[in-house]
Design a protein. Structure first.
Length: 164
């Protein structure tokens, strides 16, 4: 809320240089802000009495946007990369997939390993879990199993994430 939008009877006022000006009426504070050719902005509406500050509103919004942008720069976005394998995968093909997963994990992403079953492969689901266990075992030095292997429909899935 700014200027005339502030309807509170009493407010705690902070000056343009950050000094405490004490508790006063909103009209009086607005008059002081107009004299300084600045805006009266409510900073803490939940406080008793609400805290208002005399500052330039445009500059205030710019500072908030800059702080928000700075916070966004620092956060790390983790993607979930998917690697699909089949139950009758050869050991060389498996090691190729493991190397791809290793690159993803080193880059900071999570890896979802999906073991897809087709046709008659559905009859041998029980002994196919071993493939996912071997996959996780080959990456045990840099990754941990975040979600263990779980059967969902025609596929078994497991999620690996990098060690902290």
């Amino acid at each position: 809320m700014i200027n005339e939008q502030i309807k509170d009877k009493e407010i705690r006022l902070i000056g343009e240089n950050g000094e405490q000006l004490g508790v006063m009426s909103a009209k009086e504070a607005l008059k002081m802000a107009k004299e300084a050719d600045l805006d009266l902005i409510k900073i803490a509406p939940t406080a008793k009495p609400p805290v208002c500050k005399i500052i330039d509103y445009g500059k205030y919004r710019y500072e908030l946007a800059r702080k928000e942008k700075e916070a966004k720069k620092k956060q790390k976005v983790t993607d979930v990369k998917e690697i699909r394998i089949s139950p009758n995968i050869d050991s060389n093909d498996l090691s190729t997939k493991v190397n791809a997963a290793r690159k993803f994990i080193e880059k900071g992403d999570k890896v979802k390993v999906t073991l897809r079953f087709r046709g008659r492969e559905m009859a041998h689901m029980a002994n196919s879990k071993v493939i996912l266990d071997v996959f996780a075992e080959k990456l045990v030095d840099i990754a941990v199993v975040e979600k263990p292997a779980k059967l969902e429909g025609r596929s078994m899935q497991m999620v690996l994430a990098g060690k902290r």
